[in-house]
Write a protein that binds this ligand. Structure first.
Ligand SMILES: Cc1ncc(COP(=O)(O)O)c(C=O)c1O
Length: 473
């Protein structure tokens, strides 16, 4: 270890969170319908595999871009040599037009304010490097995407202070929660540089309401800080209320040319809406010239390749394709979401937070916990992983303050696999209830037994409880 830098050796990367540990277990024993039907099903990965056929059919009808061609001529050499970190102008134009389309063309974006990055991961980190010094803080509504501990903190030295949201109001952001987080940061001697929200939310699958967005704008205005809106799931909103971007609120309040608008930054990527995390295409958008200039220089550390930019500029410029894709993809997401929600409810008596977006549900399993603790949540998570063979993400990994919530992804598998996951949960809950009932009956019987001394009774009872909580691997 002495040979490595402090950065390489420090553990703020978050790799030991159960979010990543679940992935590791899945890798050891991955489910495959034919080759490994008893393996673990991956429900902890927010991937969108539902609309690849639409893109494949576009590629079949438009073979030139993938073959390095334009109007029959090769563009191979041009692309091979392209190394301007401002990115291909035609791609930046296609990206901003796509972002407007997702927002119903109610707002437009200037390609000169867009900085390309290799996904949202570096876009978020770049904004941290631009807006905060090591030891300064950003406030994040919790529960939040587990990867943020790595993306925002690890290399930048920036701290995250959670804005504690609760199930009592469906995890919405309130003024008192914002003020409380701000106070907490000060107590920890951390200077607050901004708020970062995810709209729609990962892990909740809900869109941020107009009221929340107005509240946030007022808050950052009052405190003279920044706001970053990670809108990576903006194209996945499959049900009402429709998606409202923070840029729309600025426009509605006539703030688009104000000082405040220079403290509002957007993060986007094609990893979720188009389901292309492997292509590494993302961007940050800012009205702040200095941020755009610094971030553009930093983007030389991770730009999407010119060949990817070229291919996607052609695809996204085909407006007939994008409009059909966005519509059809939402229909498919909604169907999957409904399958999971009704499957959990009808077959296992499990409820989900009402949601309208994203690639996952926020599932309430508080009633299955042995006690209202994160220890009990971890026990349940392990049992679901090793007995039901489902990798789901526990709320603790998303920094949720209430034990018993889990994120379940539904768009990274086939319909058959999703049905199998629901069956596995149903069987798990049935066996769980049977064991609990047996335990309860045993306890009643033991209590009624006149001959059993107190010590013996306690020993019998604790043996049956500890056996029950031990996961079988
Ligand atoms: C809220 C949020 N931001 C950023 C990312 C990272 O996305 P990318 O693949 O574009 O780096 C994710 C991925 O799950 C996410 O959920």
């Amino acid at each position: 270890m002495g040979l490595l830098s402090r950065k390489a050796a420090c553990n703020t990367h978050g790799q030991d969170s159960s979010y990543f540990l679940g992935w590791e277990e899945y890798e050891k024993n991955p489910y495959d319908e034919k080759k490994n039907p008893n393996g673990i099903i991956q429900m902890g990965l927010a991937e969108n595999q539902l609309s690849f056929d639409l893109m494949e059919s576009w590629l079949a009808k438009n073979p030139e871009p993938a073959a390095f061609k334009r109007d029959g001529e090769s563009v191979f050499r041009e692309l091979a040599l392209f190394q301007d970190y401002h990115g291909l102008p035609e791609f930046k134009k296609a990206m901003v037009d796509f972002m407007s389309e997702i927002r119903g063309n109610r707002v437009s974006f200037n390609p000169n304010n867009l900085v390309l990055t290799a996904g949202s991961t570096p876009a978020n980190e770049t904004l941290m490097f631009c807006l905060a010094n090591p030891g300064e803080a950003f406030l994040l509504p919790a529960p939040y995407y587990p990867g943020f501990d790595r993306d925002l903190k690890w290399r930048t030295g920036v701290e995250i202070v959670p804005i504690q949201c609760s199930s009592s109001n469906n995890f919405q952001i309130t003024e008192s929660a914002l003020e409380e987080a701000y106070k907490q940061a000060h107590k920890q001697n951390l200077k607050v540089k901004g708020v970062l929200i995810t709209n729609p939310s990962n892990p909740l699958g809900t869109t941020t309401t107009r009221e929340e967005l107005n509240l946030l704008i007022n808050f950052v205005d009052d405190k003279n800080i920044h706001i970053i809106s990670d809108e990576i799931y903006s194209g996945t909103v499959f049900d009402s209320p429709e998606f409202v971007s923070i840029t729309e609120i600025l426009q509605e309040r006539n703030l688009q040319d104000s000082d405040l608008s220079e403290r509002v930054h957007i993060v986007y990527s094609l990893s979720k809406d188009l389901g292309l995390p492997g292509f590494r295409v993302g961007a940050l958008y800012s009205n702040n010239e200095d941020v755009v200039s610094a971030a553009t220089k930093m983007s030389s550390f991770g730009l999407p390749s010119s060949q990817t930019q070229y291919l996607l500029s052609q695809m996204l410029s085909d407006k007939k394709f994008t409009s059909n894709y966005l519509k059809e993809n939402k229909i498919r997401l909604m169907k999957r979401h409904d399958m999971l929600v009704s499957g959990l409810k009808n077959s296992a008596g499990i409820n989900c937070l009402e949601s309208n977006a994203g690639l996952f549900c926020w599932v309430d399993m508080r009633h299955l916990l042995k006690s209202k603790t994160f220890e009990a949540e971890k026990d349940l998570w392990k049992r679901i992983l090793f007995e039901a063979k489902l990798n789901i993400s526990p709320g603790a990994s998303c920094h949720c303050t209430e034990p018993g919530w889990f994120r379940m992804c539904f768009a990274n598998m086939s319909e058959e696999t999703l049905n199998l996951s629901i069956t596995r949960i149903k069987d798990f809950v049935e066996s769980f209830n049977t064991v609990s009932n047996v335990n309860r009956r045993q306890q009643r019987r033991l209590l009624r037994s006149p001959r059993m001394g107190l010590t013996k009774w306690v020993m019998r009872l604790s043996a049956s409880v500890s056996h029950d909580s031990e996961p079988e691997r």
